[in-house]
Design a protein. Structure first.
Length: 202
């Protein structure tokens, strides 16, 4: 697996996630309309029971029912989107785990190590799973770096990638595949929030 392949897989994850999110939002919007319609029906029924009351009380009842329905609809939409995004990322992790088993993943490890060196900027200790440790040892032995890189003998639980800690223990950088996807998921959540806002403004 080359670095370009990793980028392609992540790009595909983003595209699939956005397609899934858009579909979920559309479905959630339809469900929200149904919920609001039901709430309006409830208001009509309740209005009949308080017809004798003043206009202000009727309006307050309408606003209370609609607000409750809108909150319920929004919560349903958020839950549906989170579930779909989670499914997409689980599938992506499964795919990346298979890719990480291949010998070509060494190129990706090389790139992930370079990122860690650039970010921390001083002597580091790197950790990975058993296969990753072997790859890192080969990479460190062949390439010259401006900082000292020590490969830990103790495997960590990850499908692939590495975790780097500065030699003084003050700086940590998680560059495992799981962490990279999790950072991507946070970014997607921001996009989801923007999509919600756009739909609310329509």
């Amino acid at each position: 697996m080359s670095a370009a392949t990793l980028d392609r897989v992540i790009s595909e994850v983003i595209q699939e996630a956005f397609q899934t999110i858009t579909k979920s939002l559309d479905e959630a919007q339809a469900e929200a309309l149904r919920v609001v319609s039901t709430a309006l029906d409830e208001f009509v029924r309740e209005r009949a029971s308080i017809e004798e009351a003043g206009r202000a009380e009727r309006e307050a009842a309408r606003q209370r029912i609609l607000s409750t329905a809108e909150i319920q609809a929004k919560n349903m939409a958020i839950a549906a989107v989170e579930e779909e995004v989670g499914r997409v990322f689980e599938a992506a992790l499964s795919r990346l785990a298979k890719e990480a088993e291949g010998d070509g993943f060494k190129q990706v490890m090389d790139r992930l190590l370079d990122e860690a060196v650039r970010l921390i900027g001083k002597d580091i200790v790197v950790e990975s799973n058993e296969k990753g440790i072997e790859m890192l040892r080969e990479i460190v032995a062949k390439e010259g770096h401006k900082v000292k890189i020590t490969v830990s003998d103790k495997p960590i639980k990850t499908i692939g990638g590495l975790r780097a800690i500065s030699a003084d223990g003050l700086t940590r950088f998680d560059n495992t595949l799981e962490a990279r996807l999790e950072r991507l998921k946070q970014s997607l959540r921001s996009e989801i929030a923007k999509m919600f806002l756009r739909k609310e403004l329509v």
